[in-house]
Design a protein around this ligand. Sequence first.
Ligand code: ATP
Length: 350
Amino acid sequence: MAGVEIGGLSTVYPNGVRAVDGLDLGVVDGELFALLGPSGCGKTTLLRTIAGLEQATDGKVLIGGRDVTREQPGSRGVAMVFQDYALFPHMTVAENIAYPLRVRRAPKARQREVAERTAAGLSLSGLLDRRPGQLSGGQQQRTALARAVAVEADVLLLDEPLSNLDARLRLEARTFLKRLQRELALTTVFVTHDQAEALALADRIAVMESGRIRQLGTPREVFQRPADTFVANFIGSTPMNLLDGVVRGDGVECVGALLPLPADLADGTPVVVGVRPEYLTVAAEGIAGRVSIVENLGVTSLVTLECAGGTLVGLTVPEQEEPAVGDALHACPAPGRLLCYGEDGLLLGA
Ligand code: ATP
């Protein structure tokens, strides 16, 4: 078992792209850690640099307290699952999964047992005798995941481990991955661009942009108190409402309403007010607006409200109270759930 420590790490490609840019990060022993960010932010490069598949230009990588920055991938004690799976085409699913044990000359019965157990958890039981060429993309991905788990490495590195699965299988694989990770207390770093997946699975998340970490925290911290407007925009199935406002006394004037001020700021300060759709309800008073869009989600409906000087999205109302387009409504933010960002985009009063 081992944690991962990264200090001042930069990875620059020969073409000059600084994919990882002076990054510090600590993954605790036994933690399930997500690297989350938009395409091109450097997640995969960071993962590959931890694995030793890319050479760090600057800084250090420590695994289990040991400096592995200049070590070969094979001696770092990590197992990695790639986006393209890298399965052995001539071996069956069972042989692929058990391969790491075979290399270590584990008894045949043990190889079979590990293959069957991991395969069962990843819904691969019926496929143990097939070869990769006879599998769907999702099945190949699960086989690769099962093989990486069988390595019994100190640290498991996963690049978009669930990206190829359909919605139902993704949920199943998520549950399995989390349970297995808990059981084995396996330090796991996984890359994803899917904020919902990171929120659901990870103990902690690093939100990345341009080779740097914008925020590092628990899913709750990152969801409830995004450190800046970039993170606020990126996290949440419906993005946070970000609206221009001005501090007036002990309130903030925003979209035609005077809202409670969440931070101690001077009168007249321009701010961006952040409010998550999930924390908005229809009320007798609050932010006045007119319904412009109603989206039916089954049990609830998502309402967009045009207010004075801004649009509020994601107001959730029960199906039986669904308003009509053109209706006048008031939306009220839940107490303590408003956030204020400065002109530089950083959370105020953090
Ligand atoms: P995605 O989610 O699309 O996989 P990512 O966040 O994993 O993206 P990386 O693949 O790490 O991002 O890429 C980070 C930056 O480095 C990008 O600008 C990318 O174009 C660049 N890059 C990646 N691989 C190489 C390479 N081999 N040579 C040069 N530049 C590269």
